[in-house]
Design a protein around this ligand. Sequence first.
Ligand SMILES: CC(C)(COP(=O)(O)OP(=O)(O)OC[C@H]1O[C@@H](n2cnc3c(N)ncnc32)[C@H](O)[C@@H]1OP(=O)(O)O)[C@@H](O)C(=O)NCCC(=O)NCCS
Length: 133
Amino acid sequence: MLRYLRNLTTAGFSHFNGFIEYETQQAWWRTMDFRVRGWLYMTNDTPRQLAGYGVLRVEDGRWWNSVAVHPDQQGHGYGSFITHDLIGRHDSEIFSAIRRDNTAAMAMHHADDWREIEGPEPDRLIYLISRVP
Ligand SMILES: CC(C)(COP(=O)(O)OP(=O)(O)OC[C@H]1O[C@@H](n2cnc3c(N)ncnc32)[C@H](O)[C@@H]1OP(=O)(O)O)[C@@H](O)C(=O)NCCC(=O)NCCS
């Protein structure tokens, strides 16, 4: 399900925008071992629909988020809900790398008071830090 959603929304992501094969995803989860946590979110409809996912992974001592909302469900608050839920599940600050041309993700994080910090690719990406939960 995570891979399905990731491949549906791949254009928005900051690092890899290609199609992720099953084997590639399995290898990534094995590499990450216990350094990644992920949740799927469903709508309240009957029957429930897949709304999106939220993933937290630790790299270089920082916890980074990744959020995707199914294209049919975008614009209904799920992205913000998932982002808040990730913050609530975690006990320290969360980092986010957002491509400057990703209007939706930029708007979502700015609407939620994430603070911009310096990053290695300032022309392409902004690096954000969440408010403390
Ligand atoms: C980014 C993404 C998660 C946003 O999810 P969403 O459910 O559509 O967003 P929400 O409905 O919760 O909207 C959150 C805020 O962003 C704003 N927003 C959302 N899409 C927008 C768009 N295309 N243009 C401008 N603002 C937008 C909303 O108005 C809202 O602001 P508000 O709280 O001030 O009203 C979704 O577009 C997505 O899955 N994109 C592909 C994957 C991706 O880019 N992930 C980000 C990398 S971490």
